[in-house]
Design a protein around this ligand. Structure first.
Ligand SMILES: NC(=O)c1ccc[n+]([C@@H]2O[C@H](COP(=O)([O-])OP(=O)(O)OC[C@H]3O[C@@H](n4cnc5c(N)ncnc54)[C@H](OP(=O)(O)O)[C@@H]3O)[C@@H](O)[C@H]2O)c1
Length: 335
């Protein structure tokens, strides 16, 4: 599918189903949501809290901000069983520490993992591990955490993994250039070999969100057929949030005119995480709480080849810093 202004604008104003109209009870379920101290993650956490999960873990990089979010959620919902765990998804060490802590403190099943934490960085900045931030956080950190939590997800009876993508993936320029075995490495070079590799903040975010869509699809394909894990990528729509804090004023004004509130945006996340009709629809991209066709590139033959190359390169890179990743791939996933 191609995105046009005539598709985008009406979509922004659609009325989305409120979670309370279909929400199941989450009694006995363990839920983790990353980047839940603000924005879409916080609103999704509020909805999920009302469904009474056994454990709701807010995985946030700043413990003080996370604690403020807990108070905020408790004020609205009265729910007490909310925990905050420190996680900086841009750091391999932090992702490993988070997963190790989950395993050490009983581990066991994880019913829902929502990978919401993300950045939109217009200038060239790097993660502590040396990756350009949009790619390092939105793709590499997100994939790392998903791999590490997979053994726990696979113990739950009907687990869900939800990854925040975006409709900006429709605007990735020259997506065919993504079809290369060293995509992540070439996008990370200080001296890019061509225009595609050169740092362009808007494009780099769009590419990272295309990676989210591709990665959700390829991960779903590698989950053994017998597993009930449902992997979804979601577009919350264009929302007014702190994500735009470093963006040009024009974009922020546009957001104030047509942007959804983060509460409305969060409904697509919650829908993918708990709506009964989503169970088993794995590898699907959702927009406005409905299955949607991703970009023409994603569904093309070249997109399919890119998925596999991204998969292989991601495992190779993560495997160098975390031997658990290739072990998990070998033990739990199909080739
Ligand atoms: N807003 C939109 O229009 C829109 C549209 C499509 C997709 N999305 C996606 O939706 C997700 C949430 O966006 P949002 O609009 O809610 O943005 P936001 O208000 O800026 O929230 C982003 C969240 O991610 C956290 N985060 C950033 N870097 C992190 C890191 N290294 N480790 C752990 N947490 C980190 C932030 O923590 P801090 O508060 O500590 O920075 C914050 O909690 C993102 O993945 C974004 O790409 C947003």
């Amino acid at each position: 599918m191609k995105m046009t202004v005539w598709k985008f604008l009406p979509e922004q104003y659609r009325t989305l189903p409120k979670p309370e109209t279909y929400a199941p009870s989450l009694a006995g379920k363990v839920v983790i949501i990353t980047g839940a101290n603000v924005g879409l993650g916080l609103e999704a956490a509020k909805h999920l809290a009302t469904m009474n999960p056994e454990r709701l873990i807010l995985a946030c990089r700043d413990p003080k901000k996370a604690q403020r979010a807990v108070s905020d959620i408790q004020k609205v919902t009265g729910v007490k069983s909310i925990e905050t765990w420190q996680l900086d998804i841009s750091s391999n060490a932090s992702v490993k520490a988070f997963a190790d802590k989950f395993a050490k403190e009983g581990g066991g099943k994880l019913d829902i993992l929502i990978e919401n934490a993300g950045v939109n960085v217009p200038k060239l900045e790097r993660t502590p591990d040396g990756w350009e931030k949009n790619i390092g956080v939105n793709h590499l950190g997100t994939s790392h955490l998903a791999f590490r939590m997979l053994p726990h997800l696979l113990q739950a009876p009907q687990p869900r993994l939800v990854i925040l993508a975006s409709d900006v993936h429709y605007f990735t320029k020259q997506p065919e250039l993504m079809n290369r075995p060293d995509l992540l490495q070439s996008l990370n070079k200080d001296k890019p070999a061509n225009k595609f590799e050169a740092f362009d903040g808007i494009q780099r975010y769009d590419i990272s969100k295309t990676m989210n869509v591709l990665w959700g699809r390829v991960l779903a394909r590698h989950i053994p057929f017998s597993s009930p894990l449902t992997v979804s990528t979601v577009n919350p729509g264009f929302c007014v949030s702190a994500l735009l804090r470093d963006q040009p004023i024009g974009l922020r004004i546009f957001a104030s005119l047509v942007g959804r509130t983060t509460e409305v945006g969060s409904r697509t996340i919650v829908h993918a995480a708990v709506a009964p009709q989503v169970q088993g629809k794995t590898g699907v991209y959702f927009s406005s709480c409905e299955e949607a066709e991703p970009s023409d590139f994603v569904i093309s033959k070249a997109g399919g080849e890119t998925e596999e190359k991204l998969w292989t390169e991601t495992i190779r890179i993560l495997g160098k810093v975390d031997p658990e990743v290739p072990r998990i791939v070998q033990t739990y996933l199909s080739c």
